[in-house]
Design a protein around this ligand. Sequence first.
Ligand code: 13P
Ligand code: SF4
Length: 355
Amino acid sequence: MLALLQQLENMMTHKLWTAESLFNELKDVTLGGNVCLYTLEICEKLAPIANKINDLKRQRNAIVLAHSYVAPEIIRCVADFVGDSYELSKLAKQTKADTIIFAAVKFMAETAKLLSPQKDVLIPSSFNGCSLADSITAQDIRQLRKQYPNYTFICYINTSVAVKAECDICVTSSNVYSIVEHVDSDYIYFLPDKLMGQNVVNELKRRGVNKTIKYWEGTCYVHEEYEPEMVDFVRAKNQGIKVVSHPECRSDVVDKTDFVGSTSQMINYVKQSDASSFFLLTECGLTSRLQTEVPEKSFKGTCTMCKYMKANSLDSILAALEAPTQQQYIYLDPQVQQKALKCIDNMFKWVEAVT
Ligand code: 13P
Ligand code: SF4
C-alpha cells in the first residue's frame, strides 16, 4: 500500500495535454458498447479543462481519486489514483493532500471523510446516489436489530454513513467472502445487496463453512441486468474467452464465470492471465479502462452504465476546485461519525487478520 501511495503522490504532477495527445490516448476507447465517442474536436474542448484541473490541484494541494467506472478522460487525464472502493478508502486515509476530490459516488466520498475528517472532501457528481446505498436506511437496521438480536450486522461499503453507524463491520467486494467466513459469529445479517448475499452463501458452502446468513433486498441496477445466457452466448461465439464478473451480479451468472472479484481484482486477473480475450460483466467503464491499460488484449463489455458514476465530468471536477458548492462538500453528522468509523475500522482490522 505504501508503494501505491508513493505512486499516488508522484502522479500529482500530470503532463500537459494537447488535443492531439488526448485524442491519441482515447481514440480507441469505446464507451457503452462499440462506439468511440472521442473525436479530435471533443479532445480540443477537454484538453484545456484537464490542464486547468491539474494546475489547480498543484496550487491547492488537492488530489483526484477516481473509481474505474468514471469517464475515461477523468481516469487518463486528471485522476491521481484510480481504484476499487477498498483501495480508494485506504488512499483517502493516507494521502497528505489537503483536499480530496472524489470522482465516484457519494458513499465513497463519505467514507473518505470518515477516515480523513480534517480534510476537505468534495464530490463533483451532480447526481448523488447508488441503487444499493439508497435501498436501506438506519431506521431499517434498528428494526432488524430488534428482529435478529443475536446476529452480526455486516454492511457492504455501498451504504450511507448513517447505515454504517448501525452496523458492526463494513466490507467491500474485495474482502466480503473472507470477512464473512472468518468473523467470529455464526449468524450474519448481510446488507444491502441481496445478490451479493446469495453469492456469499454459495461461496461459504464451497469453502465448507456453515453459517446462517440473512440478507436485505437491495440490488445494483447495473449488475442485476446480466443473465447467464449472455455468458453462454459470448462463450459460444468466442473460443477461449475468459469471463469475469463482479459479486453484485446474480449468482447464476457468477457461477458461470471464470473469475469473480472487485473491479481492481478483475483488472489484476486480466493483467495476469495468459488468455488474450475477456468478457467483463460489470459497468462499461472498466472495459474502457482496460482498453487503454492493456491494449494488447481484447475486451468485450456490456453497454450498461452507472448513471451516478457517469455524473462526474471534467467540468464538475473543475467547478469543485474553482468554486465548490455546499452540495459538493461532504459533511458528516457528528452523532453518527464515531460509530460509522468503528464499522469501517473493523473492516481494516479483519482484512489484516484474514488476508
Ligand atoms: P468495487 O469496490 O469493486 O470497485 O465496487 C464498487 C461498486 O460500486 C461496484 O458497483
Ligand atoms: Fe451503485 Fe451499482 Fe452504480 Fe456501483 S454500479 S455505484 S452499486 S448503482
